[in-house]
Design a protein around this ligand. Structure first.
Ligand SMILES: NC(=O)c1ccc[n+]([C@@H]2O[C@H](COP(=O)([O-])OP(=O)(O)OC[C@H]3O[C@@H](n4cnc5c(N)ncnc54)[C@H](O)[C@@H]3O)[C@@H](O)[C@H]2O)c1
Length: 454
């Protein structure tokens, strides 16, 4: 019994059957991938694209293996500053004759290489993109695109000036679930979206970037001076900094650059954002992983975008489901993980019973009768929308799809799905989160000066 108006829910459902938006049993829908090849197919040598990969670390390995499964794509050279990773590259290449070198310049000078995959730490991204684009190569560069705001604009200029394909490696941009979410939001399936909230939590040392130092890591096996060259501060060889670079502002951007960027890519894509946020305010702290790092282990940032607000909340102190929730006036859409599943929960945004708080009984009953008469729909009226869950097809891998999109752009010369302009906007949103946290101030994006100010 609904105590507010003396009408049972069953009566109400019977009387208002057909009122717009009563939710039916959930449906499940399997998403369909664009024709993404399942396995390498024979391609004439003239159509084959050749890539060189720089950085064969945690991410580089995924990209390397993923790219090798694509038809018409071949590796022409691999590069890493550390001998252990060069050995790993040879393992991936099954000891073929493909050269593996510590000198990335050799890849940029290699006439046969069409495209560079750069999976190096963030403090190297700008140099790799600018030098590769100036050398006439297309570039897939890992996320976040830039290490500083200024670098991002240099990368955009390098892309545009050289007419190169630059694709940033936030694979969510090629995720089927996010493509579906964008379609639904733009069709108005959940009305006007005024809030987006994204949450992610981890609770283990590896998740908090405490990667194990390789036992043979030394200045003899790893070229430390080259590795740290673009960093703002230079220090003597430090195996912790090499292995856990995400923990240090000299090389990474902490949680915004490592994790927010994925959430922000999904948010910018689904919401059609084509500029940095207008304002950001962060709060967080270093509560647990006090291992010498100079970044927080918990951070929440509230962003202001025209027409909606977004909240991104990440902790390295509690395991939490990863979800991005788009909240609208007609329901919500939640994307779990990399959008392996996307739930659409429609709401009608209407009163489901008379709204008469604290009315005396007779007045309430009279009004309820009138209200029900007015809200009773004729048979067939009203739109009944079922709750729907979209699932990725079995075996779908958004990293592979993102790489495929990149090579398709290299081939067709059509703009990349995540070019330097898009990557710059999400990276700036990451820098704004850090600016606010470290300056203890609201971060405002100054579009005229292309700078963040407090
Ligand atoms: N898209 C994703 O889901 C995802 C996941 C993890 C990491 N990443 C990104 O990938 C990039 C690499 O991260 P990682 O975890 O693989 O780091 P990593 O430290 O494991 O590997 C980076 C490798 O690059 C090599 N390297 C650095 N500078 C080099 C240079 N000038 N020339 C040749 N080799 C060089 C290092 O020796 C190292 O082996 C980062 O930008 C990170 O943010 C993206």
């Amino acid at each position: 019994m609904d105590k507010r108006n003396g009408i049972s829910r069953r009566d109400f459902m019977r009387d208002t059957a057909g009122v717009a938006g009563i939710t039916l049993a959930a449906r499940h829908v399997l998403l369909e991938a664009d024709p993404l090849p399942g396995a390498p197919r024979p391609t004439p040598p003239s159509d084959t694209l050749r890539f060189g990969i720089i950085g064969v670390g945690m991410r580089g390995v995924d990209l390397f293996r993923g790219a090798l499964t694509l038809p018409g794509v071949e590796c022409a050279a691999a590069c890493d500053l550390y001998s252990g990773r060069r050995e790993l590259a040879k393992e991936i290449l099954r000891n073929s004759a493909v050269p593996v070198t510590p000198h990335y310049q050799e890849l940029l000078d290699h006439k046969e290489i069409d495209a560079i995959i750069a999976a190096v730490p963030d403090h190297w991204h700008m140099r790799m993109v600018v030098e590769a684009a100036n050398a006439g190569k297309d570039v897939y560069v890992e996320k976040p695109m830039s290490h500083t705001v200024e670098q991002g604009f240099e990368m955009v200029a390098a892309q545009d000036k050289n007419s190169r394909i630059v694709q940033v490696g936030s694979q969510r941009r090629s995720s089927l679930g996010y493509i579906k979410a964008r379609e639904l939001v733009s069709q108005g399936a959940i009305g006007d979206v005024t809030l987006v909230e994204a949450t992610l939590g981890r609770n283990d040392p590896c998740g908090a970037w405490q990667y194990t130092v390789p036992p043979d890591l030394s200045p003899e096996t790893m070229d430390w001076e080259t590795w740290q060259a673009p960093a703002a501060n230079h220090v003597p060889f430090d195996k912790i900094r090499w292995t856990r670079w995400r923990c240090f502002q000299d090389y990474g951007e902490g949680m915004p650059g490592d994790l927010f960027v994925h959430e922000l890519t999904g948010i910018h894509y689904v919401m059609g954002v084509e500029a940095p946020p207008q304002r950001a305010y962060s709060m967080g702290g270093l509560f647990r992983w006090k291992d010498g790092r100079d970044v927080p282990d918990e951070l929440t940032t509230l962003y202001e975008y025209p027409g909606f607000r977004a909240l991104v909340r990440v902790t390295l102190n509690t395991e939490l489901p990863e979800v991005t929730r788009f909240c609208g006036t007609r329901g919500f859409i939640e994307a779990y993980g990399d959008a392996e599943t996307v739930n659409v929960v429609p709401q009608d945004g209407l009163d489901h019973s008379p709204c008469t708080p604290a009315w005396p009984a007779q007045m309430k009953a009279d009004y309820a009768e009138q209200w029900l008469a007015e809200h009773r729909l004729k048979a067939g009226e009203g739109k009944v929308i079922p709750e729907t869950t979209y699932h990725n097809p079995p075996g779908f891998d958004d990293t592979r799809a993102h790489l495929w999109n990149f090579f398709q752009s290299v081939r067709s010369r059509q703009p990349s799905v995540e070019d330097a302009h898009f990557g710059n906007h999400t990276a700036i949103a990451c820098h704004m989160a850090n600016y606010s946290y470290f300056q203890k101030s609201v971060a405002i994006w100054d579009e005229t000066r292309k700078k963040i100010r407090g």
